[in-house]
Design a protein around this ligand. Structure first.
Ligand SMILES: [Zn+2]
Ligand SMILES: [Zn+2]
Length: 185
């Protein structure tokens, strides 16, 4: 009886263990156990679970990146105009909305398919799309600073700072929209 009480890992039959996968109930050794939010699981079950949530097709990554980059290029250009000619503070109101709109458009193009890597790709696309505007506003200020512009040159960096503020607000907003992880809903 004592012999049948001893569990052996189903992948490594020579390893005694006390762990069981909490999904398929098979015994697993410490090397095979993966700690998930719901407890220890075997690698097979973790992979099977991931497949359910990971519905992204390979082309979704390209579509998401390009869509996010174009959307972000447009809105960062808008931020450029707003912070250059009006009040930079408007960025605080525009950025989250722009991020949500971009997220919505991306979501439509990828037909609600999802994977964590896809959400990240969209976020990277947004940063990439804002780079031209960011470089455009930073360059004259940096050149001015290097050629002895001093504090005046620093003031020229303000639009660039607003672009960074835009990114910090718009990217999480878009990420929330695409991933569907919302607070209070
Ligand atoms: Zn399992
Ligand atoms: Zn094992």
């Amino acid at each position: 009886m004592t012999q049948s009480d001893t569990l052996y890992c189903y992948v490594h039959p020579n390893r005694p263990t006390t762990l069981r996968c909490n999904r398929c109930e098979r015994p697993i050794c410490v090397d095979c156990a993966v700690l998930t939010p719901t407890g220890y699981r075997c690698r097979e079950c973790v992979r099977a679970q991931q497949k359910i949530f990971d519905t992204a097709e390979w082309y979704d990554y390209i579509v998401a990146f390009i869509t996010a980059a174009i959307g972000s290029a447009i809105s960062s250009g808008l931020i450029l105009i707003v912070s250059g000619f009006f009040f930079g503070i408007l960025v605080l109101f525009i950025a989250p909305g722009a991020g949500a709109v971009i997220g919505n458009i991306v979501l439509r193009f990828i037909k609600n398919r999802r994977s964590r890597a896809l959400f990240m790709t969209s976020a990277v696309g947004m940063v990439a799309g804002a780079l031209p505007a960011l470089i455009l506003v930073s360059l004259p200020a940096l050149v001015g600073l290097l050629s002895g512009g001093g504090v005046r040159g620093l003031a020229g960096l303000l639009p660039a700072i607003w672009e960074v503020v835009y990114l910090f607000m718009a990217v999480p907003a878009a990420y929330t929209q695409i991933s569907g992880i919302r607070i209070g809903r």
